[in-house]
Design a binder for this molecule. Structure first.
Ligand SMILES: C[S@@+](CC[C@H](N)C(=O)[O-])C[C@H]1O[C@@H](n2cnc3c(N)ncnc32)[C@H](O)[C@@H]1O
Length: 285
């Protein structure tokens, strides 16, 4: 991402999560703060021409993927809490709002939001403008994945490496060098058993079917124009092998079809993930 400003893609993703709240029925990801953190409400988000109301097939497919990856990550987080995981690390948090809707008390779940310092400073301003208070159960951990290790950034802000943790990393691996991706994954793999990471990743374009490849190319063009070009794509089977080599013992790699089957069945509006990414769930044994 650009050195001198917050992430433009974080804003775009947040706009689509907000759009999901007002355009899609039923919602599969219910986020009562999605509009508010952007300074929007149902009325102000409605006018045509705004990105939030775009209903083209590519836009609907993308929005449904962004909604489903957040829903899946939070479903898995709640399962981890039931397994007595007490730390949640939101990597590349952008305008994710879980920390401000966290239903658990401090002794059950503490949240760490890790992000590039520029994006994190901007998020703090958005929160202030929207009068959303920062709860005591949240710690901000500024980290540029390309120049600092996650371990260092978390250690300095009170993360307990002797305890297990749940990590989400949504919409970020695409924008990082593969070195930064694997060093972050290696750190998670070094944590105690039960630690888990859910992340999405973009499939190597040569492995995509022509339709998905076309969508990939259009989006790659758009994000490059925004100053955040895609830098890493992955071959699913190689990525899975690499995670196993790192020490992850339980790995689930969800395809578009599996996500649609789980979350987008029998909808009158035919909303479904139409993208080119997958969601990985890897747990340390
Ligand atoms: C597409 S946004 C996704 C935000 C959020 N996860 C969501 O789903 O709304 C990408 C995020 O990755 C973060 N990011 C990109 N490059 C980064 C880097 N080198 N170090 C830390 N964060 C980075 C951006 O600041 C931004 O928050």
């Amino acid at each position: 991402m650009r050195e001198d400003c917050p992430s433009a893609t974080a804003m775009r993703v947040a706009m689509r999560r907000a759009a999901h709240q007002i355009l899609d029925d039923p919602k599969i990801f219910d986020d009562p703060l999605a509009l508010r953190i952007l300074g929007l409400d149902n009325e102000s988000a409605s006018p045509s021409g705004q990105e939030v109301s775009d209903q083209t097939p590519i836009e609907r497919g993308l929005r449904s993927f962004l909604a489903v990856r957040s829903r899946y990550a939070e479903d898995e987080l709640h399962t981890a809490v039931r397994r007595s995981v007490h730390q949640y690390v939101v990597l590349g948090a952008g305008l994710d709002t879980f920390a401000f809707r966290n239903p658990y008390p401090e002794d059950v779940l503490h949240v760490f939001e890790v992000d590039h310092p520029n994006t994190q400073n901007w998020k703090r301003a958005c929160l202030e403008n929207a009068s959303i208070p920062i709860p005591g159960t949240l710690t901000f951990s500024p980290v540029d994945f390309e120049t600092r290790t996650l371990e260092e950034g978390l250690r300095e802000t009170g993360f307990n490496s002797a305890g297990s943790a749940f990590f989400s990393w949504l919409g970020v691996t695409q924008y990082l060098s593969s070195e930064a991706v694997f060093s972050t994954l290696q750190f998670v793999a070094s944590l105690p058993a039960g630690s888990t990471i859910v992340f999405d990743y973009t499939i190597t374009p040569s492995l995509l079917n022509p339709v998905a490849r076309e969508v990939f190319e259009r989006l790659a063009h758009r994000v490059a124009l925004a100053g955040e070009p895609f830098r890493s794509t992955f071959d699913p089977s190689r990525l899975k092998n690499r995670l196993q080599d790192m020490g992850f013992g339980q790995i689930e790699d969800l395809s578009r079809r599996e996500l649609n089957g789980r979350y987008y069945q029998n909808r009158p509006d035919q909303l479904r993930d139409g993208g080119f990414a997958r969601v990985m769930n890897a747990r340390v044994f």
